[in-house]
Design a protein around this ligand. Sequence first.
Ligand SMILES: NC(=O)c1ccc[n+]([C@@H]2O[C@H](COP(=O)([O-])OP(=O)(O)OC[C@H]3O[C@@H](n4cnc5c(N)ncnc54)[C@H](OP(=O)(O)O)[C@@H]3O)[C@@H](O)[C@H]2O)c1
Length: 282
Amino acid sequence: MTSVLGIVGHPLDHSVSVPMHMSAIFTLGIDYVYMSFDILPGNVAHAVVQFKKEHIKGFNVTIPYKEIIMPYLDGVDEYASRVGAVNTVNNENGRLKGYNTDGTGYVKSLREQTGLDPRGKKVLMIGAGGAAKAVAFSLLEAGVQTIIIANRTPERAESLCRHLKIYFSGASSQCIGMPDINTIDHKAINLVINTTSLGMKGAGDIDIDLTDFENDTVVSDIVYNPLETPLLKRAGQAGLKTHDGAGMLVYQGAESFRIWTGVQPPVDVMRQAVLRALQEHH
Ligand SMILES: NC(=O)c1ccc[n+]([C@@H]2O[C@H](COP(=O)([O-])OP(=O)(O)OC[C@H]3O[C@@H](n4cnc5c(N)ncnc54)[C@H](OP(=O)(O)O)[C@@H]3O)[C@@H](O)[C@H]2O)c1
């Protein structure tokens, strides 16, 4: 019987996970299908119960459910539980277990695309949602010295800072208000990351002035649709290095695929499928 995989989120119009995973499934010739499940916020708990009943093999979790889905699962692996967010769920003998592949996917892509070594670096991260948690966690694990977090809802940033301090006492995690992203010393920042959904098609831009960063500062956006977000466009115009969200998408997806199927997927095929789908979406 065909094994069913998918993605759970709302909205899902921006997602290119279906073509990305289907390209790997076709290339490997395995009996799987990957589908979109656009679930309304009030229906998440019910959907999880139904997925279990239908023996769904696994699914990705995206905006806005990475944190709220956790209590509905039968278990969460140690890493995802430390991060406090789940982006991958695997059905293991009828038990739904949560994992997180976002952060490692992000750091792998950052290193590959920009050559930046996170060790000892100072990071300004905008956003404190589910993806932000994983990105911050992986950057600190990779040796980032200081992370400054700004979020629209300040309590969420404060809670993330407190969380990070528990696991990374040797590093500095600081919270600032959104307007303060333009008043802190930009020259000291090595990496700016947008982890909010601002920059996605139809959403606005981040209100950050990019004119006084050092030239070797990397500006990174985990939003991948469009690939060149307004933030990355401005960063390029200001002469700064840019890092888009496609690499993270591919690497987090490849690791999810490996968890579900036990097979290492063809990453280059997945990357091509993502780029093609993003062009078609354009
Ligand atoms: N490239 C990849 O592989 C990858 C992986 C994961 C996620 N992503 C992208 O990352 C984004 C966030 O995903 P998520 O799962 O972390 O979502 P989430 O948990 O719902 O968090 C959303 C974040 O965006 C902020 N935000 C939303 N609307 C905003 C607005 N109008 N103004 C300012 N801030 C706003 C939220 O701030 P509040 O706390 O104030 O609501 C929060 O920080 C999405 O665009 C998603 O597609 C990409």
